[in-house]
Design a protein around this ligand. Structure first.
Ligand SMILES: O=P(O)(O)OC[C@H]1O[C@H](OP(=O)(O)OP(=O)(O)O)[C@H](O)[C@@H]1O
Ligand code: HPA
Length: 189
C-alpha cells in the first residue's frame, strides 16, 4: 500500500500536532456551550477521534454519512445523503468535522441542511483545505493544513474506499488511478 504513494505530505506526527492545536482552540472557543461535533463519514473518522480527544470541554458526538466522489478522484457534483443524523440540531452549536474541503460542495450541502434545521451556529474544522479545488464560495473556520491541488489519500481519505488506514496523508501516484480507470473503461474491472 505504501508503494502507491508518491510523496508523504503530512506525517502522523504533523497530523497529531494539528489535532491537538485545533482541539485546544475548540475547547477555548466553545467553553460552556456544549456543541455537537458532527463527523462527516467516512473520511473524517480518524480526524474526529483525534480532535475530540484533544478537546477538553463538554461536547456531543454525532455522525452523518454523505458522499459525492463514490470512490473516484472527481466529485460527481451531486451529494448523496447515505445516513442522516438522528439528533435535533435546532438551537445547537455545530462543529462540522471534515477530512477535506475541496470543491466545497459537500460542506455547502451540510451547512444548508443544518441551517434549514435551525442550528444556532455552524463552523467547520477540516484537516485539509484544498482552496484551489473550490467551485463554490465557502470557507473553513479551523484548518489543519492548506493542501496543494493534488489527489491525496490516507488518514481517512480514500481512493475506491482504500488507503483510509494509512496513518499519514500523501499524494497517490497518478499511475494507480489512471491504470485502474483505463482498466474499467476497457471492461476489465
Ligand atoms: O469539497 P468536496 O469536493 O465536496 O469534497 C470533500 C468531500 O469529499 C470526501 O467525501 P467522499 O464523497 O469521498 O465520501 P467519503 O468521505 O465517504 O470518502 C471528503 O470526505 C469530503 O466529505
Ligand atoms: O484529494 C482528495 N482525496 C480523497 N478524497 C477527496 N475528496 C475530495 N478531495 C479528495
Amino acid at each position: 500500500m505504501n508503494n502507491d504513494i508518491e510523496r508523504v505530505l503530512y506525517s502522523e506526527a504533523d497530523i497529531a500536532a494539528a489535532a491537538q492545536r485545533i482541539g485546544a482552540q475548540l475547547a477555548q472557543d466553545y467553553a460552556g456551550k456544549t456543541p455537537i461535533l458532527l463527523s462527516v463519514l467516512k473520511g473524517a473518522i480518524l480526524w474526529t477521534v483525534d480532535v475530540m480527544r484533544a478537546m477538553d470541554e463538554y461536547a456531543e458526538i454525532e455522525f452523518i454519512d454523505v458522499s459525492s466522489y463514490h470512490g473516484g478522484v472527481e466529485s460527481a457534483g451531486t451529494i448523496t445523503l447515505r445516513t442522516d443524523l438522528t439528533t435535533d440540531v435546532k438551537g445547537r452549536d455545530i462543529i462540522i468535522l471534515e477530512d477535506i474541503v475541496d470543491t466545497g460542495r459537500t460542506l455547502k450541502y451540510m451547512v444548508e441542511l443544518l441551517e434549514q434545521r435551525g442550528a444556532a451556529s455552524i463552523k467547520v474544522a477540516s484537516l485539509l483545505d484544498k482552496k484551489e479545488g473550490r467551485v463554490v464560495d465557502i470557507d473553513v473556520d479551523y484548518i489543519g493544513f492548506d493542501v496543494p491541488n493534488e489527489f491525496v489519500v490516507g488518514y481517512g481519505l480514500d481512493y475506491k474506499d482504500l488507503y483510509r488506514n494509512l496513518p499519514y496523508v500523501g499524494i497517490l501516484k497518478p499511475a494507480v488511478y489512471t491504470a485502474e480507470d483505463s482498466a474499467t473503461l476497457n471492461g476489465q474491472d
